[in-house]
Design a protein around this ligand. Structure first.
Ligand code: NAP
Length: 448
């Protein structure tokens, strides 16, 4: 039985792994629109999080399994992409693991002013995503506001506070490294609309901010105290209790002299981004108070916080894939245990796993059980699906559609080119940051 998995991030790799582990008669092609595998592990995990990035090793083992094949540079759906209906004809089953490629919007005036970016745009840039643009994120910026208190907010805050010495050992592209190293941003404020006990970051990530060299982290004890759980966090679930304990500790620290300052704020919700000379100059927040039910209410009191750079870090959002059903409210593909639902019925041979199945929550490991559930559903349907007739090798059909897949050897050539680039710069591996360079590296070796 031949299965296509669309997307080679954690959910795609874990789906392929479950399928080949659970059934010795399954062959899996893992398709990705990029010539590089690993999805958000390559293009979302912060460059200085080497331990999490090393997960690539276990994803690599999946893609090198004898019954798994990586086919890069294959876009499914959309302009120039292989239509979903055509892909379905080439395989007994297709699993979409396409993640959540966009970001949520704030829906406030001024959100699109120059100088205001989604955190995902900033992350894509310093992670060398080939679609990212060098947008002059840091041009003229002295202070930054990061809206949201999830792990992505912590990542971008930390990257803004890190110095050149710490960044140069990462695989960050040279241009981003040079820009961040020359950054004039001295103060970063990370702002939550609810209280410290409701923040979404995990304690390990929060604590890391406190360990940054030459950086002072401050919180205002009066702001923290608005949270009913702040005085006595003992009733909170362990992850939230630990967050509050870290913040209490920081609130009690004496000031230190440092070249960077990170300030955490709570109970402030953004209502408008204010312009200054055609760019963002400040964020207007409304002070909120707890409503007693886990939410907040506005107080009608407003505070303007100066910022020449605003990063909106309020969560990812799934995007519709042409030819697949989509629930706009949740940003996911309707499904029952991973089986895609069209109208009111399950659609034979179409599945989802990962963020496009359940929404953009959880850490990388959360995708394991999610992918396994989908694989189990698919294999339960396998006897009926395997009766369908499909071509012996779908690659011929891809070529006929004008798509020349980048094989695993092409990806390995990119890896070698990145190691060579790093060596030439006196660094370790340095990522290639644009389509031309990636494809040239992949094709050079394919040709030789
Ligand atoms: P997230 O965890 O959902 O956090 C989003 C934040 O934005 C929350 O603080 C939320 O506040 C806030 N927010 C949403 N709408 C807002 C609005 N209109 N105005 C102001 N604030 C708003 O999203 P994320 O940080 O993008 O992370 C996505 C997933 O990736 C998470 O599961 C995360 O743990 C994971 N991740 C993990 C790591 C890691 O393990 N190191 C790194 C990066 C990402 P409310 O709570 O009030 O809605």
């Amino acid at each position: 039985m031949r299965v296509a998995v669309v997307g080679s991030g954690p959910s795609g790799c874990y789906t392929a792994q479950s399928l080949v582990q659970l059934d010795s008669g399954v062959f899996v092609d893992v398709l990705d629109r990029l010539p590089c595998p690993y999805g958000l592990v390559r293009y979302g995990v912060a460059p200085d999080h080497e331990k999490i990035k090393s997960l690539q090793g276990s994803l690599r083992a999946v893609l090198e399994h004898e019954r798994v094949r990586f086919l890069g540079g294959v876009r499914v759906g959309g302009p120039g992409g292989l239509p979903v209906e055509r892909l379905r004809e080439l395989y007994h089953a297709v699993v979409y693991c396409v993640g959540a490629a966009s970001d949520r919007h704030l829906g406030v005036p001024g959100e699109d002013l120059p100088g205001s970016w989604s955190a995902t745009e900033f992350v894509s840039w310093y992670s060398a995503h080939p679609d990212a643009v060098e947008a002059g994120f840091l041009a003229g910026a002295r202070s930054a506001v990061v809206i949201g208190v999830g792990n992505v907010a912590v990542d971008v805050t930390r990257m803004l506070a890190r110095g050149a010495a710490e960044l140069s050992s990462t695989d960050m592209p040279q241009a981003a490294l040079t820009t961040l190293a020359a950054s004039g941003v001295r103060e970063v404020r990370m702002v939550g609309r609810r209280g410290p006990s409701q923040a979404r970051f995990t304690t390990k990530e929060l604590r890391e901010l406190g360990g940054l060299p030459d950086t002072e982290v401050t919180v205002d004890p009066d702001e923290l105290a608005l949270d009913p759980a702040y005085a006595d966090p003992s009733g909170l679930p362990a992850p939230q209790r630990r967050n509050v304990e870290v913040l209490r500790d920081w609130a009690a620290r004496p000031p230190v002299d440092a070249s960077h300052r990170i300030r955490l704020h709570f109970y402030l919700r953004p209502v408008e981004l204010l312009a200054d000379g055609g760019r963002v100059g400040a964020v207007r927040f409304e002070r909120t108070v707890p409503d007693g039910q886990g939410g907040v209410t506005g107080t009608g009191r407003f505070e303007d916080v100066e910022a020449q750079l605003v990063l909106r870090s309020v969560g990812y959002r799934g995007v519709p894939l042409e030819g697949l059903p989509f629930d706009a409210a949740s940003g996911t593909v309707p499904n029952v245990e991973g089986r895609v639902v069209r109208g009111s019925a399950v659609s034979a041979g179409e599945y989802v796993a990962g963020w496009i199945k359940r929404g953009p929550t959880g850490v990388i490991g959360t995708n394991r059980p999610c992918a396994k559930q989908t694989a189990v559903s698919l294999l339960a349907d396998a006897p009926a699906l395997a009766r369908g007739s499909v071509p012996d090798d779908p690659v011929a059909a891809l070529r006929a559609a004008g798509i020349e897949p980048v094989p695993w050897a092409g990806w390995q050539a990119i890896e070698r080119a990145e190691a060579e680039l790093g060596a030439s710069l006196g660094r370790s591996v340095v990522k290639l940051a644009d389509w031309d360079a990636l494809l040239a590296a992949a094709r050079r070796t394919a040709a030789s």
